[in-house]
Design a binder for this molecule. Sequence first.
Ligand code: CO
Length: 128
Amino acid sequence: MRSLVSHLRLAAARFTPGRAVLVAMLMGPIVGALLAFGTVAAEEAKDANVVTIDNFVFTPPELTVAVGTTVKWVNHDDIPHTVVDKNKAFRSKALDTDDAYSFTFASAGTYDYFCGLHPHMQGKIIVK
Ligand code: CO
């Protein structure tokens, strides 16, 4: 009887850490996924109305926003760029590295824009 009890204790002692490891293994990816999802969601909310300039490219090249939305352009290049609407609704000054320019779209429409310094750099904001 005593040996059975000690055997059960031994089994329990073995089982508990094993179970903890199992729980940790199951929880790890779940917690990781939740953290990743939260980070991505926060990132998307933060960047929803931001156009970045990287390596002479506006990203996203086309952005659809609601009337009244403020769109922000951020230059990540180490040379200056500008943001110029083809129909002259807006025009930024030269943006140095990490400089930003914001414009609030009060009217619906399609706004094609380009970089005044490198006119092949083009983008589009659709305001609905
Ligand atoms: Co440019």
